[in-house]
Ligand binder design. Structure first.
Ligand SMILES: O=C(O)CCC(=O)C(=O)O
Length: 286
């Protein structure tokens, strides 16, 4: 495991992200990929456990392409161990301090020739916290490039919350103009980890290549960044939150003066579903 260099920490603060190349070695990545193979082996569009995973649309009932595994760091020991591994927590601590909560995880599969688009968004708009000391860590499990849908970010755009709401309803994606001329493709080898500020706008293209692009995404927050309570949505999310380093906080620390409250159109299963509804103008009040 490696630590972040002073330059990487400065890049995270100034630009909203940094990349630790080949943070995991090949053997570690292969073990995690083998686990994913086991977890997804029997899933088809017609028959799968929809509480644990989501299938790619646009395939027949026998289609086996999985789009997302929900909360792997809660459900599966190998991923949970990675989320609590000292080397990873050291790097997260370098960015947001010594008292750390883990708060969510997902595996986005982006299968070859089918993998779904992810529209521009800022993570914190989905789960407002009392301050912005929250970092998303995204691991590539395969080499990722512009062709198989690597992550794209807009550097230096994490100081402001962008508009994600139309007529009072949260769309799950940025609805103002995004200056994509400034976007950067974060190409990196398997095992690399991207550390991204919770307000960094990011997106990824559909995978039109012949190579899959599997990523594990985990979010951490400072222990004094408390969730702003959004009824059952927050309660469901908090079922996955746990202290992973240091001590719990007895007081919330407040960062921004105000923060938009996402009014979700209905209980969408994932970002993909919400963004899809939004693209079709269907993310409206229930
Ligand atoms: O899989 C990706 O390329 C990014 C996904 C993402 O940003 C998310 O799921 O919140």
């Amino acid at each position: 495991m490696k630590k972040l260099s002073p330059q990487q920490i400065a890049q995270y603060r100034d630009e909203g992200f940094t990349v630790l190349h080949e943070f995991l070695d090949r053997a570690a990545v292969d073990e995690l990929l083998a686990e994913i193979d086991i977890l997804t082996a029997s899933a088809t569009v017609a028959k799968h456990d929809s509480a644990r995973l989501e299938m790619e649309p646009n395939q027949g009932p026998d289609g086996k392409k999985v789009r997302r595994l929900y909360e792997p760091c809660t459900h599966y020991a190998r991923f949970r161990a990675l989320s609590e591994s000292p080397g990873l927590l050291d790097a997260v601590e370098q960015l947001i301090g010594p008292n750390l909560f883990f708060h969510l995880s997902k595996i986005n599969m982006k299968p070859a020739q089918l993998g779904s688009v992810v529209d521009w968004h800022q993570d914190l708009t989905y789960y407002p916290l009392t301050n912005t000391d929250s970092v998303t860590v995204l691991f590539y499990f395969q080499d990722a490039d512009a062709y198989n849908g690597c992550l794209q970010v807009i550097p230096r755009a994490h100081q402001r919350v962008m508009e994600h709401t139309v007529k009072g309803v949260f769309q799950g994606r940025v609805v103002e103009t995004v200056d994509t001329s400034k976007s950067v493709f974060l190409e990196a080898r398997a095992g690399s980890a991207i550390f991204m500020h919770c307000l960094t706008p990011h997106a990824s293209a559909p995978n039109l290549s012949t190579k899959p692009r599997i990523t594990l995404i985990m979010s951490y927050r400072a222990a004094d960044a408390f969730p702003i309570h959004l009824a059952m949505r927050t309660e469901a999310q908090e079922a996955h939150a746990r202290l992973v380093r240091g001590a719990e906080a007895s007081a919330a620390r407040f960062g921004l003066n105000s923060f938009p409250i996402p009014r979700f159109p209905r209980d969408t299963k994932s970002l993909y579903e919400l963004q899809e509804m939004s693209r079709h103008g269907l993310a409206t009040r229930p």
